[in-house]
Design a protein around this ligand. Structure first.
Ligand code: AHR
Length: 508
C-alpha cells in the first residue's frame, strides 16, 4: 500500500528565472561525437550542410539547444586552435592522447564549429586551453573570433573566408585543471584564471562571460579558492564579477566505481536505485558549492556552471574503450530529470549546465550507427524535449508532502522528484517516479491562480533498461498521458513506476 504524495505549488509566487542555458550541451573531440556524430564531411552519403549532419542539427533544433561547449573536456587543454583553421588538406595532425590515442586531422575546427552553432541557432561556448596553451594563444583566438576591424587576427579570419566576426558569449578558462587540465593546485589555477581572463578581451560589442575551470564533485576547497580570487564581490551590488564571471562544477553519475562503473543495460533493480541516489547527489553538491559561493558573493554576481554532468557507464562491449560509447535507457532519462529538477531549484545560482555529451559519447541525446549512419533519439533526448517549457521560465517552489523513501547505501532516497516553472499564463510541472516497481498517485495542490486547462505527457517503458535502436526507434518515447484528472485541491496525477511525467497547465 503506497501513500499519496502531495505537491503543493503556489502558482503566483514566481522565483528566479531558469536560464535556458541549463539545457546546454557538450561536444568534445572524443570517439564519434564530432567525427561521425556532428561532422561527416561534404562528400558523405549522409545528408549534410557543408559537412555537418542535417538530421543531427534538426533533432537538436527541435529541443531548442541553447548552447554548445567545444572542443573539450580534456581535449581542450591539448588543443591549439591554429591547427584547425585554413585549408583542410593542409591542417596539421595531432594525437588525441586522452581519447583512444587516435590521430586527429583537425578537419573540424573553429570555422566548422561556428558554422555548426549557426545552423543549430545555439550560442557557442568555447573552452580555451590553459593546460598546454599560452595566454597569447588564447587572447588571439578571442580576437580571431570576435574582432571586426583589420586587426591581425581579424585579417587572418577574413583570409580564411569569414568576413564578419562571430558572437561568442561563453568562454571557458581551462578544463578540470585539477586533473587532465594540468594537475594544478587550486591556488595556482586561481592565479592563472585571473591572468588568462584578463587577456580574453571584449572586442567591439562582444561581451565574454568567462568561466573558470571549477571543482570536481565535492571539492569545496577548489570553489572557495576561486571565490577568494575575485575582485571585491561585496561592493556595488549592481556591478559584475571580475576578472572572470563564473566557476564550473563537474559531476558524473555511475552505479559503481570509476574502475567498474556498471553496465548501461542489463543492470539490476538495486543498481537502478543506487544510480538514482547518486543522481540526487547533484542537489547536495549544488547546495554545498552555493553555500561557499554565498559567503563570498552575497549579491550572486558569480555564476555556477555545471558544464559536465550525466551518466558514465562501462563502454559497450566491442567498442574502443577510449571512445566512451554507451547505450542510453529509461534509467538515463530519469537521471536527467532528477538533475534538471535540481538545476531548476538552484536557478538563482546555476546559470548554465552542459550534459556530457551530445552525440555518441556518454549520456548522449543522439546515437548514430557507425555503419549505416542511422540516427536514434535516446530516452534522455525525450526528457529534454518534454522540458522545453522550462527554458527561461520562472522557477516555482514545489513542496512535497508524504514522499516515500527507500534506504540506498547510507541515504534515504525520496522516490519522487519534482520541479515546476511558470511563464505568463502557462506552467509546467515535472514529476519523476523513481520507484522501479510501484505505480503511485500524486496530488497537485495548486494555489494562487486558476487552472483552466491541462495536458500531460509520460515517458516510461516496461523494462528499466528499455532503449531505442535503429530497429525500434520509439521503444522509449513520450506519449500523451491520460492519467491526470480533477481533484478538490487541483489535479490528481498517476505516476507509473519508473516514469517521467510532465503536466502543462493553462492559467488564468
Ligand atoms: O566528458 C568526458 C571527460 O570527462 C571530459 O573530457 C573531462 O573533462 C571529464 O573528465
Amino acid at each position: 500500500m503506497t501513500t499519496t504524495t502531495t505537491a503543493v505549488i503556489d502558482l503566483d509566487l514566481p522565483g528566479a528565472t531558469i536560464s535556458r542555458h541549463v539545457y546546454g550541451h557538450f561536444a568534445e573531440h572524443l570517439g564519434r561525437c564530432i567525427y561521425g556524430g556532428f561532422w561527416v564531411g561534404e562528400d558523405s552519403p549522409v545528408a549534410n550542410v557543408r559537412g555537418i549532419r542535417s538530421d543531427v542539427v534538426e533533432a537538436l533544433r527541435a529541443i531548442s539547444i541553447p548552447n554548445l561547449r567545444w572542443p573539450g573536456g580534456c581535449f581542450a587543454d591539448d588543443y591549439h586552435w591554429r591547427d584547425g583553421i585554413g585549408p583542410r588538406e593542409s591542417r596539421p595532425r595531432m594525437v588525441n592522447s586522452h581519447w583512444g590515442d587516435v590521430v586527429e586531422d583537425n578537419a573540424f575546427g573553429t570555422h566548422e564549429f561556428m558554422d555548426l552553432c549557426e545552423l543549430l541557432g545555439a550560442d557557442p561556448y568555447v573552452s580555451g586551453n590553459v593546460g598546454s596553451g599560452s595566454v597569447a594563444e588564447m587572447s588571439d583566438w578571442v580576437e580571431y573570433l570576435t574582432r571586426a576591424d583589420d586587426s591581425p587576427m581579424a585579417a587572418l579570419r577574413r583570409a580564411n573566408g569569414r568576413e564578419k566576426p562571430w558572437r561568442v558569449p561563453f568562454w571557458g578558462l581551462g578544463n578540470e585543471a585539477w586533473g587532465c587540465g594540468g594537475n594544478l593546485r587550486a591556488e595556482q589555477f586561481a592565479s592563472l584564471a585571473r591572468q588568462y581572463a584578463t587577456y580574453c578581451r571584449n572586442h567591439g560589442g562582444n561581451l565574454l562571460y568567462r568561466i573558470a575551470a571549477g571543482a570536481n564533485e565535492a571539492d569545496l576547497h577548489w570553489t572557495e579558492t576561486l571565490m577568494r580570487s575575485f575582485d571585491d564581490l561585496a561592493a556595488d551590488p549592481a556591478g559584475s564579477a571580475g576578472p572572470f564571471q563564473a566557476v564550473s562544477l563537474h559531476y558524473y553519475t555511475m552505479a559503481g566505481s570509476w574502475s567498474d562503473k556498471g553496465d548501461a543495460t542489463g543492470f539490476s533493480t538495486d543498481e537502478w536505485y543506487v544510480t538514482m541516489a547518486r543522481a540526487r547527489r547533484m542537489e547536495e553538491l549544488l547546495t554545498r558549492h552555493s553555500t561557499v559561493m554565498d559567503r563570498y558573493d552575497p549579491h550572486r554576481k558569480v555564476g555556477l556552471v555545471v558544464d559536465e554532468w550525466g551518466t558514465w557507464w562501462n563502454v559497450e562491449k566491442g567498442t574502443n574503450p577510449g571512445f566512451l560509447y554507451q547505450q542510453n535507457t529509461l534509467r538515463d532519462a530519469l537521471v536527467a530529470s532528477v538533475h534538471l529538477d535540481a538545476f531548476h531549484r538552484h536557478a538563482e545560482r546555476v546559470v548554465m549546465a552542459n550534459i556530457a555529451q551530445t552525440v555518441n559519447v556518454l549520456q548522449a541525446m543522439i546515437l548514430t550507427d557507425p555503419d549505416t549512419g542511422a540516427l536514434v533519439l535516446t530516452p534522455t533526448y525525450h526528457v529534454f524535449a518534454m522540458n522545453t517549457g522550462h527554458h527561461d521560465a520562472a522557477a516555482l517552489a514545489v513542496h512535497l508532502r508524504d514522499v516515500e523513501t527507500r534506504a540506498v547505501d547510507a541515504t534515504e532516497l525520496p522516490l519522487v522528484s519534482a520541479s515546476a516553472s511558470v511563464k505568463g499564463d502557462t506552467a509546467l510541472v515535472s514529476l519523476s517516479n523513481l520507484d522501479a516497481e510501484t505505480d503511485r498517485t500524486l496530488v497537485l495542490d495548486l494555489r494562487g491562480r486558476d487552472v483552466v486547462g491541462h495536458t500531460a505527457r509520460v515517458l516510461t517503458a516496461t523494462a528499466l533498461d528499455a532503449h531505442n535502436s535503429p530497429e525500434q526507434l520509439d521503444a522509449v518515447a513520450p506519449t500523451n498521458h491520460a492519467g491526470v484528472g480533477p481533484h478538490p485541491r487541483g489535479l490528481e496525477v498517476d505516476l507509473p513506476a519508473h516514469s517521467y511525467v510532465t503536466v502543462a497547465l493553462e492559467l488564468r
